[in-house]
Design a protein around this ligand. Structure first.
Ligand code: COA
Length: 137
């Protein structure tokens, strides 16, 4: 957990449901001592996959990542929380918004990344299959 987050942005609350929490480790840091963007994208992909698998009730694959934004650096030791929101369900695809937030010891929170991930429901052979009706986040 970060000791203190300066300059808290104005987003009042995370959008969506908590899908994944983890801690940013020293091995995930870049040459500046901040956490690699690629590691964050990987956590976001996992968080989106948790939500997509539930909605698809089975196997899924990531097919696209749209509109990634890195809003502020993430320090080593930060608790990162990934929130997901199912934006849209197509025939076989699911569009999921993923936000990553960090928090400090005073429960201040700051959004560090956001992105839109598209997952596709697939069968055991890797072919697309319809997302079951009435799927929700
Ligand atoms: C996922 C995969 C099976 C889809 O096969 P495909 O032949 O492209 O399937 P389709 O063209 O029928 O598209 C399937 C759905 O994905 C959507 N889609 C495909 N490409 C997309 C893209 N670039 N952006 C957004 N949506 C996309 C289509 O609109 C369609 O949605 P719908 O059924 O809800 O209308 C195939 O692309 C694949 O195996 N990709 C590799 C996946 C992977 O390895 N991911 C990383 C590890 S999980």
């Amino acid at each position: 957990m970060a000791d203190h987050i300066d300059d808290i942005d104005s987003d009042p609350l995370p959008a969506g449901t908590l899908a994944l929490q983890t801690i940013a480790m020293p091995a995930d840091a870049n040459w500046n001592g901040d956490i690699f963007g690629g590691w964050l994208v990987s956590q976001m992909d996992l968080a989106g996959a948790v939500t997509a698998r539930r909605a698809a009730r089975g196997r899924i694959a990531t097919v696209a990542i749209d509109s990634m934004a890195f809003l502020r650096p993430v320090p080593v030791g930060a608790v990162i929380s990934c929130y997901t929101q199912l934006l849209d369900i197509g025939r076989t695809s699911m569009k999921i918004q993923v936000e990553v937030w960090i928090s400090d010891h005073n429960s201040n929170q700051a959004k560090v990344t956001e992105g839109i991930f598209t997952f596709v429901a697939i069968d055991g052979t890797g072919h697309t299959r319809p997302v079951p009706k009435a799927s929700a986040n």
